[in-house]
Design a protein around this ligand. Structure first.
Ligand code: BG6
Length: 540
């Protein structure tokens, strides 16, 4: 099929790094980066933003609040119109009312005011339609043209698949069949954002990729992962490659191991139906945690540009040593939360949560030991874990360096000098810390670990942009750097597939450790590291 103008972005536009000439004349503290010059990021082009599944949770909790926040900050191009498309019967007025309530009550909307709402609301439109109704797609052409004329959208279209994943294939087929993937006028673009989950295993992900590619060119496809829109996740690349002191140390010669943790105190809440068929590996590892690992481990790209960055991330995933059945017992751990306490509140066991099978074997906690078999990382284990109902909420990457080769300070026989640990805190207390040994004041030679700590909040104040704001702007600008490419998605599933298969096939062989809510997961998770003479850092 004919492909449209993909609106190639100017690769230098979003460069993370300042041009060398600028650094010569700009004081260090005020070097402008994309992080503090958001006003400059208003996209030049408008579009019709079509949300399939607009009556669902994602639209009211994330998408419309994000668009409204962009309006508040003056970052939403004047001609952007939003078209909700879903089976729930609504008209423009009732859709607007429902979005009004959503925006007013959203914790993510920092600046609600009636004036901004009044200018924002006129952008919102709605059509009631089923995803398998060809007439609805045939008439979508006219609706898009009308919105174009009314708002000045430039003929550009940005689709968002916010439906249940069961409808993804149907919607892209309909768009393809009705030529809705073509540019609506010369020079215009059409793109599609696809929400997670992207498949539930290697086969379904590949099938979905094929299905999407029958209607869209890969360069039109933006597979979203909200972790990649987090300020601190984007900072991983800036921190690694804007500091020359790090790169010489960032390898197997100096690093002992890496830990990546995403710990949540929340349970499954109202998402039992989805989660019970997914579990922690599908929900957190395949996407968010593997993306964090890829950013930490990747080689420097030639340029900060969609495909070049994504090539290097894919290399990392390609280098992972498969977790074979023989190694599964020592490289993978699963658990499920039982009843317990989060703070002082008693909370129920997973198996008693709404919409969860009381006999469920779904993991709400998983830990993996991964080995990246390449020149930089051979023999450096990456321990990755995530769980619900753990003791505290935090997401961090901790890089533990090798210990000093010899200590000669006449310390006690059992005293060792701790290794330096560099921690990249993703949330909630965003920042970067480095521990190092110092002599404790006094006559004795006592080495203590101290911390150099950078905090986003103290140095930059509250971060304004939520992940969805950043990523929606990127998609409007045609910058795919922070979206997942088809190959990375399939590679991530390939890493998990042996574990998923084994856990699904033979429950007894791979125990599901029931851990008390409010703990750090099943005992086997500690054993996973203890076997290597290491221990998890529980937010320390
Ligand atoms: C989502 C998962 O993708 O990420 C949820 O489906 C999880 O289960 C959430 O709670 C975690 O995101 P964050 O931004 O709160 O770390």
């Amino acid at each position: 099929m004919g492909m449209n103008n993909l609106g190639n972005p100017d690769p230098t536009r979003k460069a993370l790094f300042v041009e060398p000439e600028a650094t010569l004349v700009t004081p260090v503290q005020t070097i402008p980066t994309q992080f503090d010059s958001q006003a400059a990021r208003r996209p030049d082009e408008s579009c019709v933003f079509v949300i399939f599944g607009a009556s669902g949770d994602l639209t009211s909790r994330k998408l419309v609040p994000a668009l409204y926040n962009l309006e508040c900050q003056g970052l939403l191009p004047a001609g952007v119109a939003v078209l909700g498309f879903a089976i729930t019967p609504m008209d423009d007025e009732s859709f607007r009312d429902s979005m009004h309530k959503a925006v007013q009550s959203s914790a993510e909307v920092a600046c609600y005011n009636e004036t901004t709402w009044a200018s924002f609301v006129s952008r919102l439109h709605y059509v009631t339609a089923a995803f398998d109704d060809p007439t609805a797609f045939a008439t979508l052409h006219d609706t898009l043209d009308q919105l174009d004329r009314a708002h000045g959208c430039g003929g550009n279209t940005l689709y968002y698949l916010a439906t249940s994943p069961a409808f993804y294939g149907q919607v892209v087929d309909q768009l393809g069949a009705h030529n809705l993937t073509e540019p609506r006028r010369p020079g215009a673009w059409t793109r599609i954002i696809v929400e997670k989950p992207f498949g539930r295993d290697v086969t379904s992900a590949a099938k979905l990729n094929d299905q999407i590619h029958r209607s869209f060119h890969e360069a039109q496809v933006y597979r979203i992962d909200h972790y990649l829109g987090k300020e601190t996740v984007r900072n991983i690349l800036a921190f690694r490659f804007a500091n020359s002191i790090l790169e010489p140390l960032w390898n197997r010669e100096h690093i002992d191991h890496v830990q990546i943790t995403a710990a949540e105190t929340l349970g499954v809440e109202h998402r039992g139906k989805y989660y019970d068929g997914a579990g922690a590996l599908r929900d957190m590892f395949q996407n968010h945690l593997f993306q964090l690992m890829a950013l930490v481990a990747m080689e420097p790209p030639v340029k900060y540009n969609g495909d070049l960055v994504r090539d290097r991330k894919a290399d990392v995933l390609r280098s992972i040593v498969p977790i074979t059945r023989e190694r599964l017992a020592i490289e993978a751990v699963r658990g499920q939360y039982g009843a317990g306490h989060i703070g002082s509140s008693a909370v129920a066991a997973y198996a008693t949560e709404p919409d969860v099978n009381p006999k469920s074997r779904t993991e709400t906690f998983a830990a993996l030991k991964l080995r990246i078999d390449n020149w930089r990382w051979a023999d450096v284990p990456f321990y990755i874990r995530s769980g619900k109902r753990l003791a505290t909420k935090f997401t961090e990457i901790a890089i533990t360096f090798k210990r000093v080769p010899k200590q000669f300070f006449n310390l006690g026989p059992h005293e060792v000098i701790d290794a330096n640990v560099l921690t990249l805190r993703i949330q909630p207390d965003e920042g970067i810390a480095l521990t190092f040994g110092v002599k404790s004041p006094g006559t004795d030679m006592v080495i203590r670990q101290m911390k150099m700590d950078f905090s986003y909040q103290s140095d930059f104040g509250e971060s304004r942009a939520t992940a969805y704001e950043t990523l929606l702007l990127d998609a409007m600008e045609g910058d795919s750097t922070l979206f997942n490419r088809y190959d990375s998605v399939e590679l991530s599933w390939q890493i998990l597939q042996p574990v998923l298969d084994a856990w699904a096939s033979d429950g007894a062989a791979w125990p599901l450790g029931i851990y008390p809510s409010g703990s750090w997961g099943p005992v086997a998770s500690d054993v996973l590291l203890a076997r290597d003479g290491r221990g998890w850092r529980n937010g320390g």
